[in-house]
Write a protein that binds this ligand. Structure first.
Ligand code: G3P
Ligand code: MG
Length: 250
């Protein structure tokens, strides 16, 4: 239907920020737990330090998840490497704030696919994409699934320009009216949307464009089943074990 149409397969159950319902989000501990729970693919958020080193972290600021405070992008990698990111879960207090390079090493060692959400601080889209694509080009093997997704349209544009060979996911809350205009503009193979807000008709629309359709953050097994019935290719969940068990028993 469109020039860019071709689904980029990840997995039917993707661990959101690792197994972040049971371990501190975006840490090696949460990723390791996701693998233990059976995940073959994970989603992580990535932004950069002031010296352009990519880190795996969700918020612009460090306060909620780490032992630091203030903007991540205003800290150097030497400073960020001193921080812990496990304070929300007893037993994980010493978890490091991980560099993307450390996470990649772990995922490659365990043969795990990746939905890498590019999460730049506003204004840092180009530098963030350059740092990520440089690192991924040297560290990510061809045989493992990889998709770059982002809410930031500029980031999708830079990702396309810098690494056109890596599939992209248009990341949205709602399916936009101009869906195919956007997926064409950024040559996206996938649409990643909020599973709570997706309507059946919009799932059909996405699939009519032969695009991959992935939904976040789906922790309810009944909702996951409904989304799969609608043709959704995969759900991104904080509780991979819960969904694997439910799918085994369905
Ligand atoms: O990539 C899917 C999902 O992670 C997007 O929302 O805020 O959890 O990064 P958020
Ligand atoms: Mg995310």
């Amino acid at each position: 239907m469109t020039a860019s149409a071709r689904s980029a397969e990840l997995a039917s159950i993707i661990a959101h920020r690792g197994a972040s319902g049971d371990a501190p989000e975006n840490t090696l501990g949460a990723l390791s737990l996701a693998v233990d729970q059976g995940a073959s693919c994970v989603e992580i958020d990535v932004s950069i330090s002031c010296d352009d080193v990519p880190y795996v972290h969700h918020d612009d600021t460090l306060d909620r998840c780490t032992s630091g405070s203030g903007l991540l992008c205003e800290h150097s990698s030497a400073q960020l490497d001193q921080l812990t990111a496990g304070k929300s879960f007893p037993g994980y207090e010493q978890e490091a704030l991980p560099r993307l390079s450390a996470v990649i090493q772990f995922l490659v060692r365990h043969d795990i696919g990746l939905n890498l959400e590019i999460k730049p601080r506003a204004g840092l889209e180009q530098r963030t994409c350059e740092a990520i694509t440089d690192l991924m080009r040297s560290a990510w093997p061809d045989h493992l699934p990889l998709v770059y997704s982002s809410f930031s349209r500029d980031s999708l544009g830079y990702a396309f320009a810098l690494a056109p060979e890596v599939p992209r996911g248009l990341l949205v809350e709602h399916i936009p009216r101009n869906l195919f205009e956007l997926t064409d503009r950024y040559a996206c193979q996938n649409v990643h949307c909020d599973g709570a807000k997706l309507a059946h008709s919009n799932a059909q629309l996405v699939k009519s464009g032969e695009l991959g359709l992935y939904c976040y953050t789906v922790n309810d097994v009944n909702r996951a089943q409904k989304l799969f019935d609608w043709g959704v290719d995969g759900v991104i969940t904080d509780f991979p074990k819960r969904l694997f068990l439910a799918m085994e028993n369905s």
